[in-house]
Design a protein around this ligand. Structure first.
Ligand code: MOS
Length: 749
């Protein structure tokens, strides 16, 4: 490539460029976990429990073991036990802590949920392993499972030790409620939902001289490597986890699930590589779900439509062994200005698999309750729903008593409502029509916390002027490769084609798990810092290069463009990066950058992304079919790194909000405690016909408190408020208020 054609890439950050990995993806060149292989690979198939509660009384694996091709059958009887935890260091700060518990063996005699792993059959081929799994004879002593948490609310307990605040109180809720002129009291419910990432979970594990090598599908290559390694007492460096591409995670790959450890155990047991690919059906019990929630909401407003009381009492189900909180009250605590607030969360144990994070855990399900209740209150006060929200606009985070680092929600309301044409809304119920269909307009507020975690990245420039950037982050399909390429190219002033970003490898410099919408903020910051550091080092090297046009130049007297360093005062005095390295006899130059959000900023400010959702629904007056007809959303999520991938994230969140609002629900059999719609034919996700034109507006913010690169994160905010906006529009069209998701035809007939 001739130098003349190289782009200086100024202004590349923010541009809606195509994905740098797009071609690999559409040509099948991007490899996903289950596509990796190894010499002498074997296949593992899991047998899972058909009962939800009880005990294995008979487990006969002899027929399976004798079947053709079967290499091993692993059950609770013969599973390699976990390594004992390392001896506690004599650290005085540690002495009062509980002793470290060893990891639990992944197979047990006792059954606590339907779909619990009972055995792994390892065979020469996948078909032989599947056949072997069918030959295992299991008998259970069964007990009646607890299936629906609302039948057991008397056993609700307050959890401790969540990383999110579980109670939030200010003022005097009772007194506020007594003083209110208008009241809304309602219970909102969200069902069990499953992530159903396009790429099912899969692990290929093998042992070599360096330790354990795993190909896995995960939202955190380093976290997952550590979880699996812990079972064997391995140090982080002894587990090498590789995951170059992830076909969606949405929280289901936010932690390492038992199948990954089982694959490593099996590989050790049989002395050969083992591949376990979780089936679509097994994904319903093997990697978590969004727990069912019950959210009792009480709002009080004075005669002017000013909120004076908010109460949000939430309960979600958990399994027999976890204390996962779906923090549905997080938005109710801070979204609106209100002096008297009472938020709390409780859990109820039932016989289901452990729930986990699912896209905007807490905010998505919680926004359905608070944003529907706000709509109900707007009707009660006789106010337009948007006007009602503006009257209760929170200038500061009243739950934390802190200013926001930035908040552009008013601008979101303005742009989205104008684009949508909210002013054309007839304020009465059932008065708008499109042909024979009833028309409803609905809106809701969107918000999600802005997270930023410590991250490192390394950049190495070779004498050819090419740069390799590495970080142990991962691209869930969101565009991480692309934005990191944009940042590195712009900061270094080199053509994007010369930047190679490598991620998805646990041995690369430290990267956080991709959860809580934190990756662009965290890793974008570290790559920016790393590229700047490398540029500084190159400028210093240029100035120290004897007998060159740049000898002795001060760093700020130079600029970089198209791979060339020149004097600002005389652009003819210049050296290319390659020339700088070659004149100094260097093969390469590198820089490692570390970033984190400033601790002072975290203490002094509340950090959230905000948005506004507006939608139109059409409801068939006789058959009550519901169609989302169009959508406008405006979002303020800090700096825009790539307008295309960012819009795509928000778009995807809204599409999922349509699923959450109208379609998605995993149904439990009341007697068996078993999910009954464990496939994509019966677990309905939106298809193209369900998704209308979605119009996204980005309101860019300058906020360097949220993260060094200025990003707030956008992976999750798009789903927040979406289901409520649909429900509010359905109410406007029909006068039917549906308080339990999904809003299906039968509920508005
Ligand atoms: Mo997200 S649910 O924090 O992966």
């Amino acid at each position: 490539m001739s130098q003349a054609k190289l782009n200086d890439e100024k202004g590349l950050v923010g541009q809606p460029i195509d994905r740098v990995d797009g071609r690999l993806k559409v040509t099948g060149g991007a490899r996903y976990a289950a596509e990796f292989s190894a010499p002498r690979l074997t296949y593992g198939v899991l047998l899972q429990s058909s009962v939800a509660k009880g005990k294995i009384t008979k487990l006969d694996t002899s027929a399976a073991e004798a079947a053709p091709g079967v290499v091993a059958v692993i059950t609770y009887k013969n599973v390699l036990p976990p390594a004992p935890p390392p001896p506690q260091k004599p650290n005085p700060a540690n002495q009062n802590g509980p002793p470290q518990k060893p990891p639990e063996a992944p197979f047990r005699e006792e059954i606590k949920f339907s779909g619990q792993n009972v055995a792994l059959v390892v065979a020469e081929t996948l078909e032989q392993a599947e056949h072997g799994a069918q030959l295992i004879q299991v008998e259970y002593e069964t007990e009646k499972p607890d299936v629906f948490f609302e039948d057991h609310l008397d056993k609700a307990f307050a959890p401790s030790g969540s990383n999110r605040p579980l109670t939030s109180k200010r003022g005097d809720f009772e007194a506020g409620q007594k003083s209110a002129a208008f009241h809304v009291e309602a219970v909102y419910r969200t069902p069990v939902e499953h992530h159903n990432a396009m790429e099912p979970h899969a692990t290929v594990a093998l042992w070599n001289d360096d330790g354990l090598l795993i190909y896995d599908s995960t939202q955190g290559v380093q976290g997952s490597a550590q979880t699996v390694g812990k079972y064997f007492g391995l140090q982080p460096k002894e587990v090498h986890l590789i995951d170059p591409f992830v076909g969606g995670g949405f929280g289901s790959k936010g932690q390492s699930w038992p199948h990954s450890t089982i694959a490593a155990i099996a590989a050790k047991t049989v002395g050969r590589p083992v591949k376990i690919a979780i089936t679509r059906r097994q994904m319903f019990t093997s990697n978590g779900h969004r727990p069912a929630t019950r959210q009792a909401e009480v709002l009080g407003a004075d005669k002017d439509g000013k909120l004076v009381a908010i109460q949000h009492l939430a309960v979600n189900h958990v399994s027999a062994s976890d204390t996962f909180v779906e923090p549905t009250g997080s938005l109710a605590s801070m979204l609106y200005s209100c002096p008297n607030v009472d938020i709390s969360h409780q859990l109820v144990r039932v016989n289901v698999d452990p729930p986990t994070y699912m896209r905007a855990p807490g905010e998505s399900s919680g926004s359905f309750a608070i944003e529907t209740a706000m709509d109900e209150m707007a009707w009660a006060c006789g106010l337009d729903p948007l006007e009602f929200r503006l009257r209760n606009y929170a200038e500061t985070d009243e739950s934390e008593k802190k200013p926001y680092s930035s908040k552009s929600l008013r601008e979101c309301y303005r742009q989205a409502s104008e684009a949508f044409g909210w002013s054309r809304r007839n304020p009465e119920v059932g008065k708008m029509r499109n042909g024979r269909w009833l028309v409803g307009y609905g809106m809701a507020t969107a918000s999600y916390p802005a997270n930023c975690r410590p991250a490192s990245a390394k950049a190495v420039m070779t004498a050819e002027g090419r740069v390799r950037v590495t970080c142990a982050t991962q691209d869930l399909g969101t565009g991480t490769y692309t934005i990191l390429t944009q940042i590195a190219a712009e900061e270094l002033g080199i053509d994007r084609s010369l930047v190679r970003v490598e991620i998805g490898d646990s041995l690369f410099p430290m990267g956080p798990g991709s959860g809580g919408s934190c990756s662009a903020a965290s890793v974008g910051s570290s790559v920016q810092e790393t590229a700047r550091g490398l540029r500084r080092a190159l400028l210093e090297m240029a100035a120290a290069t004897p007998n060159s046009p740049l000898t002795g130049a001060a760093p700020d007297a130079m600029e970089v463009s198209a791979g060339r360093v020149s004097l600002k005062s005389d652009s003819h005095k210049s050296l290319t990066y390659s020339e700088i390295l070659r004149r100094n006899n260097k093969e390469s130059i590198e820089h490692l950058g570390n970033t984190k959000r400033s601790d002072e900023a975290s203490k002094s400010h509340s950090m959230h992304a905000f948005g506004a959702q507006f939608c139109e629904v059409h409801v068939d007056p006789d058959l009550r079919m519901i169609r989302v007809a169009r959508w406008s959303g405006a979002f303020a999520v800090g700096k825009v790194l790539n307008a295309k991938t960012l819009t795509s994230q928000l778009h995807g969140g809204i599409v999922w909000g349509i699923g959450m609002g109208l379609l998605e629900e995993t149904i439990l059999d009341p007697n068996l405690g078993r999910y009954i719609n464990t496939n994509l034919a019966e677990y309905h996700v939106p298809v193209n016909r369900d998704v209308p034109p979605i119009d996204i507006h980005l309101i860019e913010e300058q906020d360097l408190l949220v993260s060094p690169v200025g990003v707030k994160g956008a992976g999750e905010i798009g789903i927040t408020g979406a289901a409520a906006a649909i429900g509010n529009a359905v109410y406007h069209a029909t006068g039917k208020r549906v308080r339990d998701l999904p809003i299906t035809i039968d509920k508005i007939l």
